[in-house]
Ligand binder design. Structure first.
Ligand code: ARG
Length: 294
C-alpha cells in the first residue's frame, strides 16, 4: 500500500527533522475562490492579500521562537495549500496522506506527498474513494489515558470531511489506537476547529460541535480537571484551533475565561490575529503540520 517506501525505522523521525518542528506554506496564492465550508460562503473574493501575508508572517515569527519552521512553496491555483494541517497525519517516519473530500482540494495531494517523500517520510496513499483530511481531523492525545490503551491515542473527527473507514488504515500504518468522534455542525467541519489536545493531557473542546455520544466519550476519557469546554464566542473565534508547543499556546483570540484557565495550568498564550484566514474557515493550527510527531 505504501507508495514510496524508504529505509527508515518507522518510529524514528526522518533524519534531520528537529524537534519541535512544523511545516508551513506561505499564503502567496491564498484566497477564497470557492465554497467548501460555511465560513467561505460569505467571503468569496474577500481575503485581503497584504493583511493575510502580514498575519501569517507574525504568526510564523511567534512560532519560530519555540520551534523550527519548515516551508513548502505556495502553488498558484491552490489557495488552501496554506492549511498544511490537511497534508497528512504523521507518526515517526510514517505518513498517511490526505485524500480530500472536496474536489477543489484534491490537486493539493501530490504537492504534500512529494514534500513528505523528499523529506524522508514513508507515505501511505489511501484509496481515492476513502476520505481523510490529515491532521485537520486526526489529533494525538498528549498524555497516556487511564483507559487501558498502551498505543498512543489518535482522536479522529469524522462525519463531515473524513470518513470513519479511515480508522483501520490509521491504526495499521501508524501503530496507534484511534478513537472516532462524530462531528455534528458543518461550521466545525474539521476536528481541529473544535477540539485541541494540549501538553500534559489537557484538552479544549466545543461540545456543541459533536454528537452527544461523542461528547460522552470525551468526558469519560478525559478527567474534568483536564478539560475546558469552550463557549460559543471562543469557538467562533477559533480558539480551539490553537498551536501548542510545550507550555506555549498560539491562537487567534481567547476570552478572559479561557486565558485564565490556560494560565492556571502553566500555559502562556500568544494571540496572533488571523481574520483573513477565518474567512476560509481556518486559523493558526490549520496553518501548521507538526513534523516530529511521536
Ligand atoms: N478552506 C479550507 C477547507 O475548508 C480550510 C481548511 C482549514 N484546515 C483545518 N485543518 N481545519 O478545507
Amino acid at each position: 500500500m505504501s507508495a514510496f517506501a524508504l529505509p527508515n525505522s518507522p518510529l524514528a523521525q526522518p533524519a534531520e527533522i528537529s524537534s519541535p518542528s512544523f511545516l508551513l506554506c506561505p499564503p502567496a496564492h491564498y484566497g477564497i475562490h470557492y465554497v467548501i465550508n460555511p465560513w467561505m460562503a460569505a467571503n468569496v473574493g474577500a481575503a485581503q492579500n497584504t493583511l493575510a501575508m502580514e498575519q501569517w508572517g507574525t504568526f510564523r515569527d511567534v512560532l519560530a521562537r519555540y520551534a523550527t519552521v519548515e516551508l513548502m512553496p505556495a502553488v498558484e491555483g491552490l489557495p488552501d495549500l496554506v492549511f498544511t494541517a490537511n497534508a497528512a497525519v504523521l507518526r515517526g517516519s510514517m505518513a498517511v496522506l490526505s485524500s480530500f473530500r472536496p474536489l477543489e482540494r484534491q490537486p493539493e495531494e501530490p504537492h504534500y506527498g512529494e514534500w513528505l517523500t523528499a523529506r524522508g517520510y514513508d507515505v501511505l496513499v489511501l484509496p481515492r474513494e476513502l476520505h481523510f483530511e490529515g491532521a485537520g481531523d486526526a489529533l494525538f492525545h498528549r498524555a497516556q489515558l487511564a483507559d487501558g490503551h498502551s498505543a498512543p491515542l489518535l482522536w479522529l473527527g469524522h462525519g463531515v470531511r473524513s470518513s470513519i473507514q479511515a480508522v483501520p488504515f490509521l491504526e495499521q500504518h501508524l501503530g496507534v489506537a484511534v478513537q472516532p468522534l462524530r462531528l455534528a455542525d458543518k461550521r466545525f467541519y474539521h476536528l481541529d476547529t473544535c477540539f485541541c489536545p494540549l501538553d500534559r493531557g489537557y484538552l479544549l473542546y466545543y461540545p456543541a460541535a459533536f454528537v452527544p455520544e461523542s461528547v460522552a466519550v470525551i468526558e469519560r476519557l478525559v478527567p474534568p480537571s483536564h478539560r475546558f469546554a469552550v463557549a460559543d464566542a471562543d469557538a467562533e473565534d477559533f480558539a480551539c484551533n490553537a498551536v501548542n508547543v510545550a507550555d506555549q499556546v498560539i491562537l487567534n483570540r481567547a476570552s478572559d475565561e479561557l486565558n485564565a484557565w490556560l494560565a492556571d495550568r502553566g500555559f502562556t498564550v500568544h494571540e496572533t490575529p488571523t481574520s483573513e484566514f477565518l474567512k476560509a474557515g481556518g486559523s493558526t493550527k490549520c496553518m501548521t503540520l507538526r513534523l516530529d510527531e511521536m
